[in-house]
Design a binder for this molecule. Sequence first.
Ligand SMILES: Cc1ncc(COP(=O)(O)O)c(C=O)c1O
Length: 419
Amino acid sequence: MAIEQARPGVLDGTALRADFPMFDRPHRTGRPLAYLDSAASSPKPRVVIDAIADAYAHHYANVHRGIYELSEDATSRFEGARDALARFSGAPSPREVIFVRNATEAINLVAYSWGRTNLTAGDRILATEMEHHANLVPWQQLAAATGATLEYVGLTDDGRLDPDDLAAKIAREPKLVAISHVSNALGTINPVREIADAAHAVGALVLLDAAQSVPHLPVDAAALDVDFLALSGHKMLGPSGIGALWGRRALLDAMPPFLTGGSMITRVTLEGSEWNEVPWKFEAGTPAIAEAAGLAAAVAYLEAIGMQAVREHERFLFERTWSTLGAIPGVRLLGPADVDLHAGVVSFVIDGIHPHDVATIFDNEAVAVRAGHHCAQPVMLRYDLPATTRASFNVFNDLDDVERLADAIRTCQRVFGTA
Ligand SMILES: Cc1ncc(COP(=O)(O)O)c(C=O)c1O
């Protein structure tokens, strides 16, 4: 790891890039890759790739089954990954951390298991207009299945939750408030603790979609006082195919299983079955064993850097990006200007150029960004846009990437004659 080379206060993104083998891959332009798409999925540091290879090479057997050394070794490493993730996300106990495939599955688990047991016609679910489809479609399905009503908190012109609308909708006493910590489409950081307090005051539970926050800022589920928290491994420098749901123990204990089959039972007869304890009650079938080892390595890597340092680094890059891009005529930036309310995700539109054309021209400059609706179509509708271009930062980005981004925008404007 190149972490020692970090400058005080601000990480040395250039040096950290050496930890990520993906940057060894030559881009067809011959230029170094400016990877600005971590919000979609992050590259993996060598330690994560090595941990996965090591798990398969030296510690692999099925978990929670074998009564032999190798299986016990695999099981203890798998459970160790759970401990690491609990510590990292502020979960009071690893027993409350359920391994799933990704944040989408974590949210679906709550929607199916908690939602279909606890909601009936006339109940309210409150989400927001800035949610990723993963924290929106499951609630639409739940509302359709139970007769509950799904309401949304509207957004301000600068991409924040409208505080008046939020207060008014919470006053309608929803049973569940489902919100993102950081919007993947706007970069907005939501005031989670404040919302959790208001929701709890009317008896609502709070589900936090932390897919975009856990990888980029310190997140403490207990301090935020939410009831469920969803995350994805692949966005936090870890492998794809593994994510987690944290939930309060009492809630999880009372919830029925989501998926059923092997591992999640204690006793099965031809007449019926008894469920395992949490978290295993929710982990049917063989889990993502090597991926758990990779995720534990990602957690260790991020912990070694320190999440406060990650946040400060991305804050610095955001500030520079906001001022640099904001000074280019014809560029419109989305989301709040206040750095305290904006994570390292910058969505923008360039007048007269479709974001898909932008991303294509950027690719010729070896600048990788996301263009589209970012799985948040209601956000596009709210701002009357077909799509945006989105640059998102990570520990390995640096000011050079910000300059490359600005240069690529100017190139687009020249190509389209809009400068
Ligand atoms: C805010 C947010 N929530 C949920 C998700 C879904 O994550 P996954 O596709 O890993 O399930 C994403 C993915 O982009 C996201 O940005």
